[in-house]
Design a binder for this molecule. Structure first.
Ligand code: AHR
Length: 513
C-alpha cells in the first residue's frame, strides 16, 4: 500500500513536469540491410474459450454465416491483415492434444476434457483437416505445436507423416481415406510448448534431450521441409535458453520465447477496461521491457550460434488482464482498449528492430482470447484496436528495416522503467516506398516530430492515425466502432524531411513515396 502511494506521487510529479513535446527521428535508407520477416506479424489460435469454437469455427450447419464451417466475417477480416502464419492447437492445450482424436468422421471423434482451460468438453470437431484447410483459405503458413508433454515420439512422427507425406505411406493413406488426397505443406513445427510448465514441468537439460529425440523422428517427406522450433523460455528465464542453445543449437531451427505484458501470475491482473493513468504507464513500461529481455536472450544465442542460424520465435506475446466480469475464468476473454493497441504498436516496433534474429512472433490470441484481433458474440463481431494496429503495420511485412536515431522525452515511472514519449519503426518495401510507424505514448501532450531522411526526396505522404478520446476506449458489440483508423493529414513535407504533429495517445503510419 505504502509502495503504491509513493509510486503514484512519483508518477504525478514526473508527468506534470514533462513539458517537452518535441522529438526528432533520423532515418538512413542506405543503411537498411536486414529484412523484417513477415512472420513477426503471426497469430495464435488455441483450443481455449471461444477462440476456435464460435470464434473461427461454427460448423457448416450454423445460422452464423460461414464458409465451409468457418465464420465468414472473421475469415474476411483476417484476410485483410495478410496474416502470415497461424499457430495451433496450443499453448498448454497442445501438450494434451492427441491428433488422431480430431480426424475422420466427426460423429466418431472422441470427446476430451480441456483440463487447462475451464474443464470445457472438447468434441474434436475442429481437427487437423479443419485447421490446415483454414490456413489454405487464409493463405498463411500453418505452425503446428506438437505434443511432447503427454504424447509419444511415435504420435508426433505419425502426425507429421499424416500431414506432409505424399507417398504410399500408412499415414498418407489414412489422410486420403479421410478425404484429403494431396499432402499439405507444413513448415513450422513446435516440439512441445512451455515444457518448463504446463508442457511437462521439465528441467532444461531433460527437455533438451527430448527435443533431440522427438525431432529425430519428425521427418521431411517429399519436398516438405520442417522448421523445428524448440520450446523456449518464459520472460526472464535465461538459464533455459542457455541450456538449450548449449546442447541443441545445431539441431534446431528456432527456439521460442513467451513474454506477456501482465502483472504476474498470482492474484488479479487488473481490468482490461477500467484502469488508471498509473496503470497505463506501468503497462507501457512493462511492455517495452521486452526489448531488454529479447536482447538478453539474443546475447545468449549469439554465444552458441554466431551466424544467427537459429531463429528467436516469440510465439506468445501480448496483454493478459482479468477476464471480463461474468465470463468463465478459464476462457481468458478480455476486452481490448486503445491501451492494448499501444502494447501492440510498441512491441512490433521492437520486433522489427531485431529482424536478424527474431524470425517469428505470434500475438496471443487471434479471436476471443487475451489480446485478440477480433471479438465475437453470437452473430456479432468487432474488430479490436489491436486489429487496427496490425492492419496499419502490415506494410512492414517482408520489407527492409531502416535503422533510425530517435530522440524524445521520457515519462519516468520509477527507478527501473522509463517510458519514451515516442516509439518508431521504418522500413522500405519492394517498390521503394518508405513506411514509418509512430506511437506517441503521452496521454496528455501532442508531439512535434521532425523526421529527416537524408538523400531521400519525399514527393507524397499518406497517413493513417489510430486514436480516441479515452485511452480506455474500446469497440463494443452492436455500436459503431469507436476506435478505428482515420486519415492523418498533420504532416508537412519540407526539404529536410517531414514535420509531423502527433496528437496525444496516437499511433500513426506514414507512407512516403
Ligand atoms: O495463451 C494462453 C496460454 O499462455 C498458453 O496456452 C500457454 O502457452 C501460456 O502460458
Amino acid at each position: 500500500m505504502r509502495k503504491s502511494l509513493f509510486f503514484s506521487t512519483l508518477l504525478a510529479v514526473s508527468l506534470s513536469t514533462s513539458a517537452q513535446k518535441k522529438a526528432t527521428i533520423e532515418i538512413h535508407p542506405e543503411q537498411g540491410t536486414q529484412m523484417i520477416s513477415k512472420h513477426i506479424y503471426g497469430h495464435f489460435a488455441e483450443h481455449l474459450g471461444s477462440c476456435i469454437y464460435g470464434g473461427l469455427w461454427v460448423g457448416e450447419k450454423s445460422d452464423i454465416p460461414n464458409t465451409k464451417g468457418y465464420r465468414t466475417d472473421v475469415l474476411e477480416a483476417l484476410k485483410k491483415l495478410h496474416i502470415p502464419n497461424l499457430r495451433w492447437p496450443g499453448g498448454c492445450f497442445a501438450d494434451e492434444y492427441h491428433w488422431m482424436d480430431g480426424i475422420g468422421p466427426k460423429e466418431n471423434r472422441p470427446k476430451m476434457v480441456n483440463n487447462n482451460w475451464g474443464g470445457t468438453i472438447e468434441d474434436n470437431s475442429f481437427g487437423t483437416h479443419e485447421f490446415l484447410n483454414l490456413c489454405e483459405l487464409l493463405g498463411c503458413e500453418p505452425y503446428i505445436s506438437g505434443n511432447v508433454g503427454s504424447g509419444t515420439v511415435e504420435e508426433l512422427a505419425k502426425w507429421v507423416e499424416y500431414m506432409t507425406s505424399d507417398g504410399d505411406s500408412p499415414m498418407a493413406n489414412l489422410r486420403r481415406k479421410n478425404g484429403r488426397d494431396k499432402a499439405w505443406k507444413v513448415k513450422y513445427l513446435g516440439v512441445g510448448n512451455e515444457s518448463w510448465g504446463c508442457g511437462g514441468n521439465m528441467e532444461p537439460a531433460y527437455y533438451a534431450d527430448l527435443f533431440r529425440r522427438y525431432s529425430t523422428y519428425c521427418r521431411n517427406y517429399d519436398s516438405n521441409q520442417l522448421f523445428k522450433i524448440a520450446s523456449g523460455a518464459s520472460d526472464y528465464d535465461y538459464k533455459w535458453t542457455e541450456t538449450l542453445m548449449q546442447k541443441d543449437a545445431s539441431k534446431m531451427d528456432g527456439i521460442s520465447l513467451h513474454y506477456y505484458t501482465c502483472k504476474g501470475w498470482n492474484g488479479s491482473k487488473g481490468s482490461a477496461t477500467n484502469f488508471s493513468k498509473d496503470d497505463y504507464y506501468w503497462t507501457m513500461g512493462k511492455c517495452l521491457e521486452i526489448e531488454d529481455v529479447v536482447k538478453k536472450h539474443i546475447a545468449i544465442m549469439d554465444k552458441y550460434d554466431a551466424k544467427k542460424k537459429v531463429g528467436l520465435m516469440v510465439d506468445e506475446w501480448g496483454t493478459w488482464w482479468d477476464v471480463e466480469p461474468g465470463t468463465n475464468p478459464g476462457h481468458l476473454f478480455q476486452q481490448n482498449t486503445l491501451r492494448d493497441a499501444f502494447v501492440a504498436a510498441l512491441t512490433l516496433n521492437v520486433f522489427n528492430k531485431y529482424g536478424d534474429r527474431i524470425q517469428m512472433a505470434n500475438i496471443a490470441q487471434v479471436v476471443n482470447v487475451l489480446q485478440s484481433m477480433i471479438l465475437t458474440k453470437g452473430k456479432q463481431m468487432v474488430l479490436t484496436p489491436t486489429y487496427y494496429v496490425f492492419d496499419m503495420y502490415k506494410v512492414h511485412q517482408g520489407a527492409t528495416y531502416l535503422p533510425l536515431n530517435l530522440t524524445c522525452d521520457t515519462t519516468k515511472l520509477d527507478n527501473k522503467r522509463a517510458v519514451p514519449a515516442l516509439s518508431a519503426s521504418a522500413s522500405k518495401d519492394a517498390n521503394g516506398i518508405i513506411h514509418i510507424t509512430l506511437a506517441n505514448t503521452d496521454l496528455d501532450n501532442s508531439e512535434d516530430v521532425d523526421i529527416s531522411i537524408p538523400s531521400f526526396k519525399a514527393a507524397k505522404v499518406n497517413g493513417r492515425i489510430l486514436t480516441s478520446k479515452g485511452i480506455d476506449d474500446y469497440n463494443e458489440f452492436g455500436t459503431p466502432e469507436k476506435v478505428q483508423p482515420k486519415d492523418f493529414k498533420d504532416v508537412k513535407v519540407s526539404k529536410q524531411g517531414l514535420k509531423v504533429k502527433m496528437p496525444a495517445k496516437s499511433i500513426v503510419v506514414l507512407e512516403i513515396n
